[in-house]
Write a protein that binds this ligand. Sequence first.
Ligand code: SF4
Length: 367
Amino acid sequence: MKSQQKKTKALFLHKILIMIDFNKRLLNWYHSNRRSLPWRQTIDPYRIWISEIILQQTQVKQGLNYYQRFINHFPNVEKLAKADEDEVLKLWQGLGYYSRARNLHTAAKSILKLHNGQFPNTYIEILKLKGIGPYTAAAISSFAFNLPHAVVDGNVYRFLSRLFGISIAIDSTPGKKHFHNLAQELLNQKNPASHNQAIMEMGALQCKPFSPSCIDCPFTDRCVAFSTGRVEDFPVKEKRTKQRHRYFSYFYMVENNKLVICKRQGNDIWRNLYELPLLESPKQLPVKSLKASLNTDHHTLQLIDEKKHILSHQIIHTRFYRTSTLPDSTGNKEQWMRVPIQELKQYAFPQLIVNFLNEQGLSINHE
Ligand code: SF4
């Protein structure tokens, strides 16, 4: 009992030690190391929102082009709200996690309707928008309005867990609460915008997932993970992501210079994006079984490509078949559209299909 009390006291004292000059060290480091990024040159909540949503699942390097293109195309809430969903998805093509684009579009419409096109300026109102969780609401409200809400993203979890040596799982409910409270306690109340930018940048550039730069880190002398040689042990995670295997057979048919495509429906990946006529099966079907299951002995199916596409929770094993007649029994017949090859660029496809079509010589990348 006594040793537990001693440990708790030691942890408490160490936390006080870190907190004494945490903000000063962090901001000094940030001013000499920060990257110049377009969304850091603005306090326009719309632009900050777009950048935050893009960066949720995307590296800065890849996100930059998308951000620029999105802002050029939809420079304000009203333009985005009034756009066609197909247009929004097309600009998102290749970024993945397409629900982000659909949610942006829905949220823009509600800002136009409920706030007369003015981006809400309180944390609570921002949090009500579709697709915005506590992290994004804290980021927008601090960066755009300098409101005192601490951000906790993957970079912050990693940095704080190492610095304080916190072994509570970051993906558990108590873990999320613990890190959120700690980040809020550390927040520089006078300058939440710079503080939040700085703490995320620290995780992104210095306290990186692999091979963090501990030697020239401004917190080396305070860092629990470094001083105990356990940098690789943090952050602690509870759950392992289970990946589900799926098996797709796509049918590629060009007739009179038109390609047959269809729009994905239902509550599944790539909703409202376009693809080729599809048959999904519980396992990979050999061509013979595929013909039998489609009842298409008279059709010619030629296997022309195979691809494995990995998503966060799914591994899609895909086969592409060239055909001259589409089997009626492919799942999505009522959605078939015959689109002239030169017009394919107007449609948003998942990256898997983009890669396949590009390889077939039908260039459908962004211009
Ligand atoms: S010393 Fe290393 S592990 Fe600790 S905060 Fe700095 S970069 Fe991260």
